[in-house]
Design a protein around this ligand. Structure first.
Ligand code: MN
Length: 141
């Protein structure tokens, strides 16, 4: 048994992966042979991931706020607390906060020697994200 007290510093989401202000707290980080990692991620309003994919998929569980997610070629979806999103293996996508609301979600990833947890691609442009605010002006109403 190993207890990690609540003393690990919150990490700022790197600009190579995110647009805007994102904060990451590690929830699960067991060493191999475990493949699972989990992070609690806070996205400030307007913040989002870059386009990316997960070789072994990802589950996201929304705990607070209002957010958006989209898979390449699909519609932008509004996600709220209690919603669970499965991004399938290698499905290109992004997720993040609504323009005027933060979101907090638990992100559960898998990785092993042959598969990184994520492969990061290009940023979600303001134009791509702006479509969200137009399409979802009802987010906060
Ligand atoms: Mn993802």
């Amino acid at each position: 048994m190993q207890i990690v007290r609540s003393s690990i510093q919150t990490a700022k989401g790197p600009q190579d992966w995110f647009t805007g202000d994102v904060y990451i707290d590690v929830v699960a980080a067991a060493p191999s042979p475990s493949r699972v990692s989990a992070n609690l991620v806070h996205f400030m309003p307007g913040a989002r991931t870059h386009w990316h994919r997960h070789a072994l998929g990802q589950t996201v569980f929304v705990t607070e706020g209002v957010g958006l997610c989209q898979r390449r070629g699909g519609p932008i979806e509004v996600i709220r607390p209690g919603d669970r999103v499965l991004f399938e293996a290698d499905e290109e996508h992004w997720h993040g906060a609504a323009p005027d609301r933060l979101i907090v979600h638990l992100a559960i990833n898998e990785a092993d020697d042959d598969h990184d947890a994520a492969e990061w691609l290009s940023p979600v442009t303001d134009e791509e994200y702006g479509l969200a605010s137009k399409d979802h002006s009802c987010v906060t109403s």
